[in-house]
Structure formats: structure tokens, C-alpha cells
Design a protein around this ligand. Structure first.
Ligand code: IVH
Length: 829
């Protein structure tokens, strides 16, 4: 075989393989841009060596033959393809060079027709898949894919599920036959929503809207197609019988609109080369904001009589041209997968790429969403990947080119530790994302943490706005919130100088302008002249930028005020402090509950989740979140540092005596994740043994004898066989004991105002939760009951109280509204 023959052969095989994967499997292997390049090389070789041309070359055929999943449909009029034109980036500013292929296309038409500046229908080139809809006597009877142009697949049932495909022609038009051709596509919003949902449910993502449309339409179950948000735009007609078409394509599109078909709103007419290029630019500028993906625009000679003069070459008309935009998908090499920590600690894998131009923008990073997505795509470092960028969406990796995987590439897995702070990365049940448990000690979370810490409802540090908070973290003055308390006026002046200067030259200027208030040593000047990228870092500024506050205004009022604000925040309250720590799920109300019930920070820090869960309005998730936060050594170190910096609480007190009613051995046992060991069994065990130590001396048969169910006792024995579980229970018991020990004995009031009263709470209160109201009434001596009876002393009824209120009224029992409750509590506070 000669060299060109071998190359032609190789190209044909590669293109056929790509066709099969794209059209039949809906699983393209190579980026479109590479496919186009191979096609053009093949066309050029065949033109150069006519003897090597062949009628079944992919340059003469369209798409790929169907693979048999659906019945075949022969198209009465073949569904053709379009010749493509690309931009020549070397063409410079001269449009006739830059868009040479368009110029040649237009010139050829002018020459054939013998007229200047013919008129074209100009349309967006939708990136979906071509279909033909057949209407007989006004009714939709058959819909088919393009297939190889001559034979497609019958997907009528699926097309009936697409809302924008009319089932009946509008306006009573009922030609014997009308075939409408157009594009099925997935709107971009729908595509993004679909993928967001798939991501949350841990399902496979659609690679791009075109793939989504093709895959959806070729579902064997039409119900599946119905759930996919597909749409249709008409762009032409096939066989027509019993209807006189208008003399131009643009009028035909208008007619199709009248018959009920959606036509892309961007379609227009344009004349001559300049008109075509102006349209190309206009749509190109809109491309990112269009609600659907397009890969180019299409120019079609508008008058049918002129189209007939031009005719066809092999697989495409000479009167039409697809002018392509830079591809939205490109292949590049994935250098590394790195973990980025978001402000809530979510760990997102990010792809670092060999820089690549995608749709006119250089892309170096792409999102990989989460660990499951990486596993699904099986992306590995070193892989060649397809990157997609469309609209304003963050570029993403849509697939791997497996044939180009370097030997030795290994599957990726989520690291165990946060790359920023080294804390454990954990994945909560049912969540797709891993999270860094480092909290305040993690650099990536510091900015957000500092903003929150300083905010009005937290530590309320005056003068520390979000911009300054970010800068303090960014330049390294503040690593953890505790560092705030070590800042002095010169530090803040240095940071301000850095914040106001965006280049090293700006900083030199500021120094010159400061008339001695700022001084730089020679070493720093030398470094700045090289413009080192990290000249703003705290180490650099502290070492090299001397501040003389006495020498002028530069020791700004702002810095002094901020230092005073930071200082003032040292005296605070326990709820503010707890809220300021930014513990997930810990809001202001929970912070107040913790402070009120536990009294001191040390108890909040040390009690385990089961104890926290015994407090009003603290559920299992919140309790776990709080306990986990304080268990992290990084967080503990920050809290210690804050205390060492002199933070004091005005309101620390002793734990609430009422804890005794909420806590105890029975509570600990009932909270264990042991099946068949319910509240009643826990109660009996606690009464029999009196202490955890005594209980642990016994075994399952003893526990069963003490009133636990046989199964519950067995399960408890199995649970405690794990030394870690046993140790955790003992630790919880000890922490609980210390807490209760610190609680004062309940003062036996000579007469609590509600001693001996039985109250029932119902409905929703505006000013506090029902649990809180109950606790406060109990503190005044009341017993709270769950249901209304003749013995009930009074009922507290909030908003939307129901049957309990009705019963109280029926029994003639006193009812308090919220105002009365508040007034009473106020009087007895
Ligand atoms: S006209 C004879 N118009 O591009 C002309 N095609 O390679 C046949 N396409 O398979 C096509 N938007 O799927 C035409 N406004 C448009 C189009 C369009 C998208 C697709 C179509 C076709 C491919 C041509």
C-alpha cells in the first residue's frame, strides 16, 4: 500500500469507529474537534488522489447505520449532512482570510448563479440530533432518527413524549404528507438541573446536552423519555404532498411556525459574505447566554429555485454551509487531581489540566464534582480527558479518552486527610461530599470562620468588615481566630498598606508617600523590585515593613479602633462565644440552651453527644455536630488559645439543677444504639443496678432478670463486647457525673408558685419553644403532662392549638395564652 493509501485507510477506520460510538452507542470517544480534523484530512487526501476515493468512504456517507434496537425507517428523501467551515486563526483581522471557507462558499454560489450578494436563511446550528417527523393528513404518524441518512430508526413512541413535537398540525392544515425536519435537543437549564439531581442521587451524569438528548430519545421505554426534558426546533422539510411550499426557505420556516412547530427565534435572513459574517458574530456573542447549546450557525441559500441550480455533492448540498464556532469540548491531559476545601469544609476534587483553549477561553482547572463522579468516570492522573465549557458554567470533565491512558495510571481515591490542615476528611451518611473536620484550624475555612466570628451577633467586633477579615487571613496575619487577639496597630497598618497596594510598585510608592511613617529595609526593596508574588504575606511585611505610628496619620484611626474593638470583645457571653465558633448546626438558640443548661464552657466542651441530646431542642444531629467539633484537636487548640488570649464570659454559672431529671443511667442506656432496649428496659436496669459500674459487673442473664427483654439483654451484651463502645459508655457516664456534681441541689423553695399544679402545653409559641416553656414552668414547681384531664390545673395554648384546647374548654379548665404565660414568667423570674 502506498503511504497515502495507508493513511486514507487508517483515517476511514478511525472515523467509522468514532461514528459508531457517537451515533449508535451515544458514547463518543474523541472530541468533535478531532473528528472534524480527521474528516478534513481524509477529504483533502481523497481530493488529491481521486483513484483512492470510494463510494462508501465516510466522506460520502452520513452518520452510522442503526444498530437494530428500533425498527428501521427508510427516508423518502435522504437526510443529508452539511459541509463545515472553520475559523482560520492565522487569518488575522482580514475576514476574507479568517473565514476563507465561507468566502469561497459564497463566491462559488455567486459564480454559479451569476448574481451578487444572494440572500441566505441564517440559523443557529443546534447541537442535538436530527430527526424527521412525518405527518399524514395533519396527524403525527412517524418519527425517525437520521441514521445513515438513508435509513433511520423509528422512535415515534419516544417523540410523542416530547412536548414541543406537535401531534397534530395547527389551523386545520391537513396535507396528505408533510415531513418536518429539525433538531431534538436538551435545553441547557434542563441539562444542568438533570445533572444536579443525578449528582445528589449519586447517579451517572450526562456528558453534555447533545448526549443527553440522544440517549433519552433512544430509550427503549418511552416513559423514560418522558421524564427527560427534551425539546424540538424545526429547520426544514422532507417529503411534501398536497401542500404548495412558499418559494423560499425562510418563508417555509415561517409557515412551519404557523403549523405549530417551534423554530429557533434567532433565525434570520442575511445577504452576501458580510451579512453571513455579521450573523456569525452576532450569534457567537449570544452563544453563552442562549438557552441551548449550539456548535455553529447554518447558512442556506434562501430561494429554492437557486438551491436547485446549485445541487448536491455526495452527502451535502452545495447551497448550505455550517460555520462552526470553537468547540465547547476539547481533549487535554489531566496533570493532577487536587482537593479544594470550601467554606463549609466541603472537599471538592478539582482537575488541574494542561492549559487548553475551550470555546475561546483558556481552561486550566475543571470541576470533578465529587469522589463518586471520579469513580464513575474512572479519571486518573495522567489521563487524556475531554473538558467541556459551556456558558458561564464552570468547566467540567465529561469523559476519559481511555485509549490514551498512560501505562501505570492508578485509580484515584479520596485522601484521608485535608490537604490544607491535615484533619480527617469524613463523609457523612447519605452525603456525596466529604468534609474537612478541621473547622477553625483549616485555612480554607478560616476566612469564613473569621467573618462569622467577628459578626454582630457573634463576637461583635467593631471595625472588622468582611474585606478586612478576608485580607487578614489572606496575607497570613490571622491563621485561627485566636490570632486576632495578638494583632497590634503596626500589624494592621502593614496589612492596610498591603491591601491598598495591588503591586509592589504601589507599596514602594506608599512608603515614599508616608514621609517616614513606613520604612522598608534594603533587602525588601531588592525583593520588591523582583516583584515576588507573595510580598503581601505577614512574614514578609512584619520582617521588612517598619511602622512608626508616631510619625504620622498612617497609624490610622481605623487600626486603633479595630484593636480597641478586638480588645472589647474579650468580655463576652457564653452564648455569643459558642455561636461565634461557627459549629455546624449550632445557631443562637442552641447556644443559649447550652449556656443555660450546662453553665460553663468546660462542660459544653467535654460532655458527649448523648448528654447534649438530653437538653431541650437539641436533637441527635446537632448533638453529634457539637461533640465532634470539640473532639477535634485543632478546634480544641483554638478554643484554648482564645481563652489564653483573655476571653471571659460574664454569665458563666453552674449547670441547671433540672438536669438531674433529664440525665442519669437510664438516659444513657436508652440512648445506646441497641435494638430491643427501650426506655422501659433502660429504666428498670437503672433502678436495679443504681450505677454503670454495677451494671457492667453483670451479664445478659442478670439484665434479663432485672427486667430487660431477653433480646435486649443479649443485644446489650453483644454491643458492650466491643471495647471501644464500652469505653465510650464509661466516659459518657463519668462526664455526666461531673456535670451533675457541679449542679447545685435543687433549691426546695418553700412554695414554688406552681407547686402541685399540673399543666399541659399545646400549639406553637412565638417567643420560645414548647420545650423551653415546659422547662421554665417546671422550674417554678409545675408538673407538665401530655394530655388534658380533670386533674389538669391549666392549659397553655399557643398558635394552632387543636384537640387539647378543645378538651380543656369542654372540661372548663383554665386556658393561658402566650401573653399570660410571659407575664407570669416575668413576675416569677
Ligand atoms: S440543515 C440539507 N439546519 O446539523 C441540510 N441542520 O451536519 C440538512 N443542524 O444533521 C441540515 N441545526 O442535525 C440544518 N439549522 C439547522 C441545523 C442543522 C443543527 C444539524 C443537523 C444535521 C447537522 C448537519
Amino acid at each position: 500500500m502506498t503511504a497515502p493509501a495507508a493513511r486514507i485507510d487508517a483515517l476511514r477506520r478511525q472515523i467509522e469507529d468514532a461514528n459508531h460510538r457517537y451515533y449508535v452507542l451515544d458514547d463518543p470517544a474523541i472530541p468533535d474537534a478531532e473528528y472534524d480534523a480527521m474528516m478534513r484530512e481524509l477529504e483533502a487526501l481523497e481530493a488529491e488522489h481521486p483513484a483512492l476515493a470510494s463510494p462508501d468512504s465516510p466522506t460520502r456517507t452520513v452518520g452510522a447505520r442503526p444498530d437494530g434496537g428500533f425498527p428501521e425507517v427508510r427516508h423518502a428523501i435522504p437526510m443529508l449532512s452539511l459541509a463545515n467551515a472553520f475559523e482560520d486563526p492565522d487569518g488575522g483581522d482580514d475576514d476574507r482570510l479568517r473565514y476563507r471557507e465561507v468566502a469561497e462558499f459564497e463566491r462559488r454560489i455567486e459564480d454559479r448563479l451569476g448574481t451578487r450578494a444572494p440572500r441566505f436563511s441564517v440559523e443557529p446550528k443546534l447541537d442535538g440530533l436530527a430527526i424527521s417527523l412525518r405527518y399524514e393528513h395533519g396527524l403525527f404518524v412517524q418519527g425517525a432518527t437520521r441514521g445513515d441518512g438513508a435509513t433511520g430508526e423509528d422512535v415515534t413512541a419516544n417523540l410523542r413524549q416530547v412536548r414541543s413535537v406537535p401531534l397534530k398540525l395547527l389551523g386545520g392544515a391537513a396535507p396528505a404528507v408533510l415531513e418536518v425536519r429539525g433538531e431534538i435537543y436538551m435545553p441547557r437549564k434542563a441539562f444542568e438541573a438533570w445533572n444536579a439531581q443525578a449528582l445528589a442521587r449519586n447517579e451517572r451524569l450526562l456528558a453534555n446536552p447533545r448526549n443527553g438528548a440522544a440517549g433519552s430519545l433512544r430509550q427503549l421505554d418511552p416513559a423514560v423519555t418522558r421524564r427527560r426534558p427534551l425539546a424540538f426546533f424545526a429547520y426544514g422539510v422532507g417529503e411534501v404532498e398536497g401542500l404548495d411550499l412558499p418559494p423560499t426557505h425562510s418563508e417555509t420556516l415561517a409557515l412551519l411556525r404557523e403549523l405549530g412547530f417551534p423554530v429557533a427565534p434567532e433565525v434570520d435572513v442575511a445577504t452576501g459574505f458580510e451579512g453571513l459574517i455579521a450573523y456569525y458574530r452576532r450569534i457567537g456573542a449570544l452563544r453563552d447566554t442562549l438557552p441551548y447549546d449550539i456548535d455553529g450557525v447554518v447558512y442556506k441559500l434562501d430561494r429554492y429555485d437557486q438551491q436547485r441550480v446549485l445541487g448536491f455533492v455526495s452527502r451535502a448540498p452545495r447551497w448550505a454551509l455550517a460555520h462552526k464556532y470553537p468547540a465547547q469540548e476539547q481533549a487535554t491531559v489531566l496533570r493532577a487531581i487536587e482537593i479544594q476545601i470550601g467554606r463549609t469544609g466541603a472537599a471538592t476534587p478539582v482537575a488541574r489540566l494542561e492549559p487548553v483553549q475551550v470555546a475561546g477561553v483558556t481552561v486550566t482547572n475543571a470541576t470533578l464534582h465529587n469522589a463518586d463522579q471520579i469513580a464513575r468516570l474512572d479519571v486518573r492522573e495522567g489521563d487524556t480527558v475531554i473538558v467541556r465549557r459551556a456558558g458561564d458554567v464552570i468547566p467540567e470533565i465529561v469523559r476519559v479518552v481511555e485509549d490514551r491512558r498512560p501505562p501505570g495510571a492508578v485509580p484515584w481515591s479520596m485522601p484521608a486527610a485535608c490537604p490544607v490542615c491535615g484533619s480527617e476528611l469524613v463523609r457523612e451518611e447519605g452525603e456525596a461530599a466529604y468534609r474537612c473536620t478541621g473547622g477553625l484550624a483549616c485555612g480554607a475555612q478560616r476566612k469564613e470562620a473569621l467573618r462569622h466570628f467577628a459578626s454582630r451577633r457573634a463576637m461583635d467586633i467593631e471595625g472588622l468588615g468582611e474585606k478586612q477579615a478576608d485580607a487578614l487571613v489572606e496575607y497570613g496575619f490571622v491563621r485561627s481566630v485566636a490570632d486576632l487577639y495578638a494583632l497590634d496597630v503596626p500589624d494592621l497598618v502593614r496589612m492596610k498598606a498591603a491591601l491598598d497596594a495591588t503591586t509592589a510598585a504601589d507599596l514602594l510608592q506608599a512608603v515614599a508617600d508616608s514621609r517616614g511613617a513606613l520604612r522598608l529595609d534594603d533587602e525588601a526593596r531588592a525583593l520588591l523590585e523582583q516583584d515576588p508574588p507573595d510580598w503581601r504575606r505577614a512574614e514578609f511585611l512584619r520582617r521588612h515593613l517598619q511602622v512608626d505610628p508616631a510619625a504620622g496619620k498612617l497609624a490610622t484611626k481605623w487600626a486603633e479602633n479595630l484593636v480597641a474593638g478586638i480588645d472589647a470583645s474579650r468580655r463576652t457571653t457564653l452564648p455569643r462565644f459558642l455561636f461565634a465558633l461557627g459549629i455546624p448546626h449550632l445557631g443562637e438558640t442552641t447556644a443559649k440552651t447550652l449556656a443555660q443548661w450546662l453553665g460553663r464552657l468546660e462542660f459544653v466542651r467535654e460532655v458527649p453527644a448523648v448528654v447534649l441530646q438530653a437538653l431541650p431542642d437539641i436533637g441527635a444531629e446537632v448533638a453529634r455536630s457539637i461533640a465532634t467539633f470539640f473532639e477535634q484537636p485543632g478546634n480544641a487548640a483554638v478554643v484554648d488559645a482564645l481563652l489564653a488570649a483573655g476571653i471571659r464570659f460574664e454569665d458563666e454559672g453552674r449547670p441547671d439543677p433540672a438536669l438531674r431529671e433529664r440525665l442519669g443511667l437510664a438516659h444513657l442506656l436508652a440512648a445506646l444504639p441497641v435494638a430491643k432496649l427501650g426506655d422501659k428496659s433502660a429504666q428498670r436496669l437503672a433502678e436495679t443496678y443504681g450505677s454503670l459500674d454495677a451494671l457492667l459487673q453483670a451479664n445478659a442473664s442478670g439484665w434479663a432478670g432485672a427486667g430487660a427483654s431477653a433480646a435486649g439483654a443479649e443485644n446489650l451484651q453483644a454491643y458492650l463486647a466491643d471495647p471501644a463502645a464500652r469505653a465510650a459508655l464509661v466516659a459518657a457516664d463519668r462526664a455526666m457525673a461531673r456535670l451533675l456534681e457541679a449542679a447545685p441541689a435543687r433549691e426546695r423553695r418553700a412554695a414554688g408558685p406552681l407547686d402541685g399544679k399540673s399543666v399541659v402545653l399545646t400549639g406553637t409559641l412565638a417567643s420560645m419553644t414548647r420545650d423551653e416553656a415546659k422547662a421554665r414552668l417546671e422550674a417554678l414547681g409545675a408538673k407538665a403532662a401530655g394530655s388534658v384531664s380533670a386533674k389538669t390545673s391549666f392549659v397553655v395554648a399557643g398558635e394552632a392549638a387543636g384537640s387539647k384546647l378543645a378538651k380543656a374548654e369542654a372540661l372548663g379548665i383554665e386556658v393561658w395564652d402566650e401573653a399570660k404565660l410571659l407575664a407570669f414568667l416575668e413576675r416569677h423570674a
